[in-house]
Design a protein around this ligand. Structure first.
Ligand code: FMN
Length: 543
């Protein structure tokens, strides 16, 4: 306890040393003091007041948490481009996001210029390079307000018009209360959606009234019985709040698919306990699997139950594709029951997390673009695509990232870490230690105070707004009026052999209703050899 307090306050050491030095000099000062004594006295007094102003200001979280010493970071930041350009890494090195990507978010969030001088620094001839096919006849102005899509299939009575760019699931618990408030207020200002993450709906999600997607993980936080199973009455109470626009069942998360989670008893504050509906003093376990359904068929019945309990709000699921057989089993369950989710969010293995085992982060789960295309194509093949909207998440930061995901099949995109950068995350990668230097991913009250929700809400709003603006310009350049006009022919990719080909050349493509025909497995094999076997093996009765 004493050590952790010491650790909390140790960041004020440089500021305290300045104050002590100033007091020491003032104490020993006399009119006959040397020039050096005068000089040092002025310096230390100035630094002491600088520390006080750092501590009290709300604009820079780093300075608030590290008065005086925080300026060293900004000093180094000033020299950093030069030092790095000559000595260290490249601008495009990704850890996991490159400096270019983070700078883009910071600039858009601050409303600063995001223009680049003197052309691209990328090698456009290297394999993997991608570009949008523009037109000789741009479409002109694309209104930002039109960049939305309506979610809600045939059984949904309260469809939701969602922005094409939204805040991905991140729980209160993983993020600080102040970060959640900044995100939700930004979402309210910009009219876009904020996913609660599986930690349920906290008072911080409710404070500003921004649109919420309520995520239900295997722990059913916010709607669970004492034994951790799903409680329909509690669910109905929250789901019918007007602020909740959609319900999302989390099957898996790209960064750690198939892995549950434990929130240790020590980290459970009274607020988290109340928000999640869990007791204090006990570890809170998110099981790896759901208890409300045990097969693809039961998943469809659960979707129907949630839709009824929420009085017809859109109900969907979030998953990272794993075993192909299981995905096909879900499609078969949809076809057999006639029950379809209103939406599916496809998360990729490149996605983020507060903390996950390294093997899971690096080697479990299908990357977003592969999973997205599989789901998009098979839903077309099953004749279900028009009833189900698709969201995508996984390293989506820029307007081109949105464009590419929509070209592959997404109707909208979510970003988690993009919006973390917008509220001040500097990619320190300390989310799992509770020592986040900017107050974004911590429950330490002192640290999170450094993040001013009002100030950062404007950054969230501007990041969203300026990204949509860039997206509208891209769409116009390609001659389109909406992201739904994009197709896999809209983006060209230089393949391993150095040849530039449309994305459509390498992606699974099925004709409308093709999987409803006899010998659907042969149709799949014709497009992608080997896929047919998984279709044959898939049963709606078991995973
Ligand atoms: C700090 C943090 C917490 C997260 N918490 C959740 C969560 O509660 N539920 C969930 O489905 N995904 C969670 N995610 C994953 C994101 O919602 C998203 O799927 C993934 O990070 C991909 O998006 P990104 O590349 O834009 O970060 C979390 C991600 C981060 C970075």
């Amino acid at each position: 306890m004493a050590t952790s307090k010491l650790r909390t306050y140790s960041r004020y050491t440089p500021w305290m040393l300045c104050i002590l030095s100033a007091l020491f000099i003032v104490w020993h000062w006399s009119p006959a003091s040397s020039f050096m004594m005068w000089f040092l006295g002025v310096i230390f007094i100035a630094l002491s007041f600088l520390g006080l102003s750092d501590f009290r200001q709300k604009h820079h979280a780093i300075l608030r948490n590290y008065p005086v010493s925080g300026h060293i970071r900004f000093l180094f930041e000033t020299f950093r481009p030069e030092i790095r350009q000559y000595l260290l890494e490249s601008d495009t090195e990704k850890l996991p996001f490159s400096r270019n990507q983070r700078s883009l978010v910071y600039q858009r969030a601050k409303g600063a210029s995001d223009k680049r001088p003197l052309g691209t620094i990328e090698d456009v001839y290297k394999s993997g390079t991608e570009w949008l096919t523009h037109t000789a006849n741009p479409s002109g102005h694309v209104a930002l307000s039109s960049l939305r899509t309506v979610v809600g299939g045939k059984d949904c009575t309260q469809p939701y018009s969602i922005s094409v760019f939204n805040i991905s699931a991140m729980s209160f618990g993983a993020l600080s209360a102040n970060a959640i408030m900044a995100l939700n207020k930004g979402a309210k200002m910009g009219g876009f959606a904020h996913d609660t993450g599986e930690g349920s709906v906290s008072p911080y999600h409710r404070k500003y009234g921004g649109d919420l997607i309520w995520e239900l993980g295997s722990g059913y936080f916010g709607c669970r019985k004492m034994d951790g199973t799903f409680d329909p009455d509690l669910f109905a109470k929250v789901a019918n709040e007007p602020q909740i626009k959609m319900i999302e069942i989390k099957l898996s998360q790209g960064a750690k698919p198939g892995h549950g989670g434990v929130l240790p008893a020590a980290k459970i504050t009274p607020e988290i306990s109340e928000t999640r509906g869990i007791p204090m003093g006990q570890d809170c376990v998110s099981p790896a699997a759901h208890s409300a359904f045990n097969s693809p068929l039961e998943l469809m019945y659960f979707i129907r139950e949630l839709r009824q309990l929420s009085n017809g709000k859109p109900v969907g699921m979030k998953l990272c594709i794993g075993k192909l057989r299981e995905w096909f089993a879900m499609v078969k369950a949809m076809l057999e029951t006639g029950i379809t989710p209103d939406f599916i969010v496809i998360d990729g293995s490149e996605g983020g997390t507060g903390a996950a085992p390294v093997e899971f982060v690096d080697h479990v789960g299908t990357p977003m673009r592969d999973g997205l295309r599989l789901i998009h194509a098979t839903l077309i093949g099953a004749g279900l695509r028009s009833q189900i909207k698709l969201g995508a998440s996984g390293k989506i930061i820029s307007a081109f990232d949105i464009t590419r995901a929509c070209a592959i099949g997404a109707d909208w995109c979510n970003s988690a870490r993009g919006f973390m950068f917008a509220v001040g995350c500097i990619q320190a990668r300390t989310c799992h230690t509770d020592l986040c230097p900017t107050g974004v991913a911590t429950q330490d009250e002192m640290r999170q105070k450094a993040l001013d929700p009002e100030d950062k809400a404007h950054r969230v709003f501007h990041y969203h707004q300026n990204t949509l603006h860039a997206l509208s310009e891209l769409l116009s350049a390609a001659g389109f009026n909406h992201t739904s006009d994009l197709s896999a022919d809209s983006v060209i990719r230089r393949n391993e052999a150095g040849i530039a080909v449309p994305l459509s050349n390498s992606l699974l493509h099925l004709e409308d209703g093709e999987l409803l025909l006899k010998d659907a497995n042969l149709h799949l094999d014709r497009h992608f050899f080997g896929l047919g076997k998984y279709w044959l093996d898939a049963s709606s009765h078991q995973w």
